[in-house]
Write a protein that binds this ligand. Structure first.
Ligand code: PEP
Ligand code: MN
Length: 338
């Protein structure tokens, strides 16, 4: 930790800061320059209260040297982590396209969706039985029954399932239904109690980025899950809030580069909730794969215009097939499998 003092800091103030650093269990090393003095505090800074030091007289700024996240950081584990989702790897050289409807609707819709997903060559399926909707008067998801419908349809096509958990009271039900990947949605990225609970199980978790979360906050949210014991975490960028109104959210492609440097965990992109329109999904998907994403989470529907939720952004089975061909070409160019 580095403590930068004000240019006018008096000697007594500097001594008081040194003493406070010692009281915190660190060793101060003072460097006096012509303009100002800086103190390097050596030792375990993880438990040091930065604000308490900043509040001392004569202190201008305190800078942490250590990252506030550990388990998810590349500093703790340099090699890329590959997460085993019921036999399907996420991370590593193979790119995974997870496709499926926004929400589980009926057994027929789920069977047709699963068939389309498998036929397009995708190895995992998405679908929400519990939907986080902005209005309480819109369709909220079919609930537990949806988990059953989803498992039945996906199993018939050997597809592990990804589905959103909103309420911690449903965690046991998710485990009983053998949910292969628990999705934590954008609205719950900082629901710390929920993160701690999914941290206590071993089911892989897709952690979506909060719609206004910084990358650092997102990494800290993942650290909550990891610190509770579950290291099977997949980051999912789904677009962030911006000033632009021409699309639903702004896909932050830069986040792929930053996360790939900061963490060893897989990073996937949701182009559907970013663009919010089906016609934007192919170009955003191509950009994501070219930028190094380990996979995509895409909404499809057997009859998009009839979808009960997010109809505007769902691809048809044909559109998914076409997209898979394009993405295979990009994967090949960058030396990855799809
Ligand atoms: C979803 O994937 O179904 C969803 C609701 O996404 P988000 O949390 O990114 O809005
Ligand atoms: Mn949706």
């Amino acid at each position: 930790m580095i403590i930068i003092l004000r240019s006018q800091a008096a000697d007594e103030e500097i001594h008081a800061v040194e003493q406070r650093i010692r009281d915190m269990g660190l060793e101060p090393h003072v460097s006096k320059g012509i303009q100002r003095t800086v103190i390097g505090a050596i030792g375990d800074e993880s438990k040091v209260d930065k604000e308490a030091l900043e509040a001392l007289n004569g202190v201008e700024k305190v800078v942490r040297v250590m990252k506030p996240y550990k388990i998810v950081s590349r500093d703790s584990h340099n090699a890329e982590t590959v997460i085993d989702v019921s036999g399907v790897p996420i991370g590593g050289n193979t790119i995974q396209i997870i496709a499926g409807p926004c929400s589980v609707e009926t057994p027929e819709q789920m069977e047709q969706s699963a068939k389309a997903v498998a036929e397009a060559g995708c190895r995992l399926m998405r679908g929400g039985a519990f939907k986080p909707r902005t209005s309480p008067y819109t369709f909220q998801g079919v609930g537990v029954e949806g988990l059953e419908m989803f498992q039945k349809a996906a199993k018939a096509h050997h597809l592990p399932i990804v589905t959103e958990l909103m309420d911690v009271r449903m965690l046991d039900t998710f485990l009983e239904h053998n949910v292969d990947v628990i999705q934590i949605g954008t609205r719950n990225m900082q629901n710390f109690d929920l993160l701690k609970e999914v941290g206590k199980v071993h089911t892989p978790v897709i952690l979506k980025r909060g719609m206004s979360a910084t990358i650092s906050e997102w990494l800290m949210a993942a650290e909550y899950i990891a610190a509770s014991g579950n290291h099977n975490i997949i980051f999912c960028e789904r677009g962030v809030r911006s000033f632009e109104t021409a699309y639903r959210n702004m896909l932050d492609v830069t986040a792929i580069s930053v996360l790939k440097r900061e963490t060893h965990l897989p990073v996937i992109i949701d182009p559907s909730h970013a663009g919010g329109k089906a016609w934007m999904v192919p170009s955003l998907s191509r950009a994501a794969i070219a930028a190094g994403a380990d996979g995509l989470l895409i909404e499809i529907h057997p009859r998009p215009t009839e979808a009960w939720c997010d109809a505007d952004q769902a691809l048809s089975p044909n559109q998914l097939n076409e997209l898979m061909v394009e993405l295979k070409g990009i994967a090949q160019v960058i030396g990855r499998d799809l």
